[in-house]
Structures are given as structure tokens and as C-alpha cells.
Design a protein around this ligand. Structure first.
Ligand code: UD1
Length: 341
């Protein structure tokens, strides 16, 4: 069965393509490579012994989107990762985020409808919950006003999908990711941040390897056990495997509702300092860090109620924080060697 994976050269996309291929699916990757590298497609081939089909297209252009469906007339489903995702950047260039993230979704849905492709897995985010009033946060918790244009594109995309599911034969599962970190255990693929990382873990590993001078810990005056914010970090391989399960659920018509939403996290929250301790433990490195002021837009704490995903998908994150940090460090070291050649 052939699956279209948009953004399949990106961080979560590439790990998902590996899991899909290992589960026996054929994959077509569509990616415009603005935040990813073509070499990742070859790396996927190195892991799975199958190089996925690759189409370099911009999905915000309807004719380029349509060209994929014309060329691959046998697509069974779509997993949609392709999107701009930097929170700070989205505040500076909102129109670019709305244009890219919303247009590409609409173009895909139009082409899917035209070609009779119904199953759709969407990359959503726990960002739609903002700071929840009750923790852990479940799928019925209210979605709050988005803190950034990026966050708003996820919220708008969920609304578009829900409306389209009501109006058509589209079947959709939206997966709300908590904080994906780590890398494939082979260290052949992983996160490739463009420029200075915004996210915690690539910043930690780049600091430890000597590429950044020090990590700034954004605030230690939150109401948490050590004052630093709490997140639900999830191993990217666990996350990727959840996509394969969600896809199967759609393909086997096992959905309870044509529109379903699942939280993907571990259900455990860790503070920034706990993440640093875990990194230091598994790497044997001492991290240079300093407490600085809070980052605008950061929430204090969030972690997932994963009960619905556990029950309905039969999925549970298996990898713990140490394993996440170990794989992230292994990947960073592999990347340094790669970059030297
Ligand atoms: C952010 C986005 C989220 C998005 C996700 C994508 C916000 C509010 N949320 O999550 O919507 O889906 O990225 O990856 O921006 N930290 C430091 N120093 C650093 C970097 C981070 O102390 O240099 C802290 C942050 O304050 C936070 C934690 O580390 O407490 C995790 O930060 P990050 O990795 O950027 O993820 P989020 O902000 O949770």
C-alpha cells in the first residue's frame, strides 16, 4: 500500500517513514526541503534498505500538489507533516506561516477529494491546549487562544479538518504531540535544526559538543518542584510508531468517529533541570548552563493524559527520558563526524 508522507524528509516525518517502510508500506515523500535535506531520503534507505520515492514539491501550490496525485494514482492515505514550525519565527512572519501551513492543507484535501483518497493523519500539537487548567491534559480539555501564529495554524488546521470530515468522506486522525526529542537508535537520522536551535534538546547537545557556548535555562521561578518548566518529552521513535498505528486504524476502518484526536506523550512531566541531569548522566558530560529570564510565551507545565491513545490505539510510549537523551547525544556526535567530511 502506498502512503504519501508530506514533510517526510523532516524530523518526525523521516522517523515515521522508517517505521512505515519497516511495517511493509510503500512511501512517497513530498517535501520542499526548505527545512530539511535531500540526503535524509538516502539515510532512510540506509536504515530500511529501501529508498522511498521522493517528490520535491511545494504543497502551498495547488498544481504542484495535484501533480503528486496524478503521478501516484494508487495512494491509499496521506500523513501530513509538512509545515513551518518555529514559534518565534511565526511571530515575525505570520503571513508566511498562515500561507504555508493552511494553503498546503487545503491543497492536499482538494487533491485527496478529487482522487478519492480519504484516510488522513495530521500532525497537531499540544500547543492547542495552551496552559491547561487541569493536568494531565486530555483530548476534551478546552483549546485555548494560540500564543503564536504557528500555534494558531495548528488550531485552524484542526478546525478545517473537522469541518471537512463532517462535509465529506474524509477520515482523519489528528495526533497532538507533546515534546518530541531524541533520534533513531542507528544515529543515521535525527533532528537537523536550521541555525540556532529554539528547542531545548538540540540546544543541549550542541552546547555539549562545543557548538554553542552555554544553554540558557529560561526561568527558575515557576511553580514547579525546582522552579523550571515541566514538559512531556516523548521519544521520536515512539511518536513515529504511533503514526503507523493510527494509519492502520484508518485503513482498517476501525475509527469510532471519522474525526479522532489523540494525545501523544508519555504521561510524565520533567523539568528543564531534570532533562539536563538526564543528559549529563547518560553522556558523562558536564553541561555549561545558566539560569536566565523567562522566555515570552512559555507555559509553566504540561503533560499528557495518554489514556485514550493507550486504550484506543493500543499504543504506549516505551522509551524513557534517559533513552531519549542518549539517542539525541549519539545523533549529535554522529552529525559532527558527518559534517567534518
Ligand atoms: C515549543 C512550542 C510548541 C511546539 C514545539 C515544537 C512554545 C511555547 N511552544 O514547545 O508549540 O510544538 O516547540 O518543537 O514555544 N528551554 C530552555 N532553554 C532553551 C530552550 C528551551 O530553558 O534554550 C526550555 C523552555 O523554557 C521549555 C523547555 O525548555 O520549558 C522546552 O522548550 P522547547 O524545546 O522550545 O519546547 P516548547 O517550548 O515546550
Amino acid at each position: 500500500m502506498k502512503i504519501l508522507v508530506t514533510g517526510g524528509a523532516g524530523y518526525i516525518g523521516s522517523h515515521t517513514v522508517v517505521e512505515l517502510q519497516q511495517a511493509g508500506y510503500d512511501v512517497v515523500v513530498a517535501d520542499n526541503l526548505i527545512n530539511s535535506e535531500k540526503a535524509v531520503i538516502e539515510s532512510i534507505g540506509e536504515i530500511t534498505a529501501v529508498v522511498p520515492d521522493f517528490e520535491e514539491v511545494d504543497l502551498s501550490d495547488p498544481s504542484q500538489t495535484e501533480s503528486i496525485f496524478e503521478k501516484h494514482s494508487d495512494l491509499a492515505a496521506v500523513i501530513h507533516f509538512a509545515a513551518l514550525k518555529a514559534v518565534g519565527d511565526s511571530v515575525k512572519r505570520p503571513l508566511e506561516y498562515y500561507r504555508n501551513n493552511v494553503f498546503s492543507l487545503i491543497n492536499l484535501l482538494n487533491s485527496m477529494k478529487k482522487h478519492g483518497v480519504n484516510p488522513f493523519v495530521f500532525s497537531s500539537s499540544c500547543t492547542v491546549y495552551g496552559q491547561p487548567n487541569i493536568l494531565p491534559v486530555n483530548e476534551n480539555s478546552p483549546r485555548k487562544d494560540a500564543e503564536s501564529p504557528y500555534g494558531n495554524t495548528k488550531k485552524i488546521a484542526e478546525d478545517i479538518l473537522k469541518d471537512e470530515v463532517d462535509a465529506s468522506s474524509l477520515q482523519c486522525i489528528a495526533l497532538r504531540y507533546f515534546n518530541p526529542i531524541g533520534a533513531h537508535p542507528s544515529a543515521i537520522i535525527g533532528e537537523l535544526p536550521l541555525g540556532i536551535p529554539d528547542n531545548l534538546v538540540p540546544f543541549i547537545t550542541q552546547t555539549a559538543i562545543g557548538q554553542r557556548e552555554k544553554l540558557m535555562v529560561f526561568g527558575n521561578d515557576y511553580e514547579t518542584k525546582d522552579g523550571t518548566p515541566i514538559r512531556d518529552y516523548i521519544h521520536v521513535v515512539d511518536l513515529a510508531q504511533a503514526h503507523v498505528i493510527a494509519l492502520k486504524r484508518l485503513l482498517e476502518n476501525k475509527q469510532k468517529d471519522p474525526w479522532e484526536v489523540f494525545n501523544l506523550g508519555t504521561g510524565n512531566g520533567f523539568t528543564v533541570l531534570e532533562v539536563i541531569r538526564s543528559f549529563e548522566k547518560v553522556s558523562g558530560e558536564t553541561l555549561n548552563y545558566e539560569i536566565s529570564g523567562r522566555r515570552a510565551g512559555d507555559i509553566e507545565k504540561v503533560w499528557a493524559d495518554t489514556g485514550l491513545a493507550n486504550r484506543e490505539l493500543g499504543w504506549k510510549a516505551e522509551r524513557d527520558l534517559d533513552e531519549m537523551m542518549h539517542s539525541a547525544w549519539k545523533w549529535e556526535k554522529a552529525l559532527q563526524i558527518k559534517n567534518k567530511h
